[in-house]
Design a protein around this ligand. Structure first.
Ligand SMILES: Nc1nc2c(c(=O)[nH]1)N[C@H]1C(S)=C(S)[C@@H](COP(=O)(O)O)O[C@H]1N2
Ligand SMILES: [Mo]
Length: 234
């Protein structure tokens, strides 16, 4: 990877790229504890926030401003749609599944990358196995308790072993700002596929485009091969 990709504050070019994609009007609320008040005053655009350096390399993203916290004690992830046994999984239920750790670079489509982030969680395929996927199902839709953001994967993508319902990040429970208690983590794709504040998983016949796909970004967001980018980690 070259030096520019490693550097946190090299954003102007990226802003121009986003402008060319015609996404300049898509507002993203910046805030929470991760960024300082100066950062907050400058509203970034797109799936995004790349104009600002932020602590730890991650930028806090939410398309809805503040998001109400969910207590791990009462939080449930529901799985429904084209399945045999619709079910709601609490944190204790998720903990009973085999736990998988993945350490990868986290890459936002705007160019920022955080190296070697460790995620732990349940492989989505294992959860889907437990509820029984109907032969009619071809895709999976994910909803967030922010009430707005959605994502989706083809069933083939969703069954990869590097797609997790993450409950831990860097050795600790996923924080609220990073999308806890449960966050989707799609390792081979750009960060916007990794939906925060995961509350619902629905098996569908048709692929329903995700939030950013509806705004012009690639639905199939392979790192280094989509959105006109060639920045796969080396
Ligand atoms: N619910 C929700 N999930 C989201 C987003 C968002 O705005 N809302 N932004 C996405 C984008 S573009 C990125 S790069 C990552 C950023 O994760 P972070 O906020 O933990 O840094 O979250 C993804 N998941
Ligand atoms: Mo992103």
């Amino acid at each position: 990877m070259n030096e520019e990709e490693r550097t946190e504050g090299s954003p102007i070019g990226r802003r121009v790229v986003l402008g060319m994609l015609g996404l300049g009007a898509a507002g993203v609320a910046v805030g929470a504890s991760v960024q300082d008040s100066v950062s907050r005053a400058l509203a970034p655009v797109g799936p995004i926030g790349d104009v600002l350096p932020a602590a730890g390399g991650f930028r806090y993203y939410s398309v809805t401003g503040s998001v109400k916290r969910r207590s791990p004690a009462t939080h449930r992830v529901t799985v429904g749609g084209l399945v045999d046994k619709p079910q709601a999984f609490g944190m204790a239920d998720l903990a009973r599944f085999p736990q998988t750790a993945l350490e990868r670079d986290f890459q936002c489509v705007t160019g920022w990358r955080v190296l070697d982030v460790e995620w732990v969680g349940v492989v989505l395929a294992d959860l889907l196995d437990a509820v029984g996927v109907s032969p009619k199902a071809r895709a999976v839709q994910f909803t967030s308790f922010d009430g707005v953001y959605t994502e989706s994967l083809t069933l083939d993508q969703a069954l990869r072993r590097d797609v997790l319902i993450a409950t831990q990040m860097e050795g600790k429970p996923v924080t609220h700002d990073h999308g806890g208690p449960t966050r989707l983590y799609v390792a081979p794709m750009y960060g916007y596929k990794s939906l925060k504040w995961l509350k619902g998983i629905k098996l569908t016949e048709e692929l329903i485009p995700g939030y950013w796909a509806g705004l012009g970004y690639d639905q199939h967001a392979w790192v280094g091969k989509s959105n006109g980018r060639t920045d796969a980690p080396t």
